[in-house]
Design a protein around this ligand. Structure first.
Ligand code: HEC
Length: 106
């Protein structure tokens, strides 16, 4: 059972770059999201829990295109622009209305 889930998730990750709409790295974005955002945006954290499923693709794009987080610039606060783009890519690609909603843990 777990092995099948693992295989399914791996296949999705391998298949993704072809389907990806954003230009950043989905895989790196997942890592940076955990590192730069989940420290606060998790159950028991300083802010409400967020996963890619928390918003639609349009909502995530709007957030990143605004470039602001609580009034502060997203970059460099949360990393250089390339890392912010990776996080955006990951969140948009796995948003609630995306073709690949996040199902492999956030
Ligand atoms: C130092 C803690 C902290 C970190 C790190 C952090 N946030 Fe936040 N964030 C907050 C707080 C506090 C709020 C406002 C209260 C709330 O929404 O829970 C907020 C609000 C938000 C909101 C608006 C809430 C909503 O539902 O629209 C979004 C989106 C968001 N953050 C995304 C991010 C992303 C993406 C990252 C990583 C790049 C990040 N945050 C990193 C603390 C943090």
């Amino acid at each position: 059972m777990r092995i099948r889930t693992l295989i399914a998730c791996t296949l999705i990750l391998v298949a993704l770059p072809a389907a990806a709409e954003e230009k950043g790295s989905d895989t790196k974005g997942k890592y940076y999201f955990k590192k730069s955002c989940k420290s606060c945006h998790a159950d028991g954290g300083a802010a409400k829990a967020l996963t890619p499923l928390s918003k639609t693709q349009a909502q995530w794009k709007k957030f990143f295109e605004g470039g602001k987080h609580k009034g502060d610039a997203l970059s460099p606060k949360f990393g250089p622009p390339a890392q912010i783009l990776d996080i955006k890519t990951f969140l948009v690609n796995h948003a609630s209305d995306s073709p690949q909603p996040e199902t492999c843990g956030g």
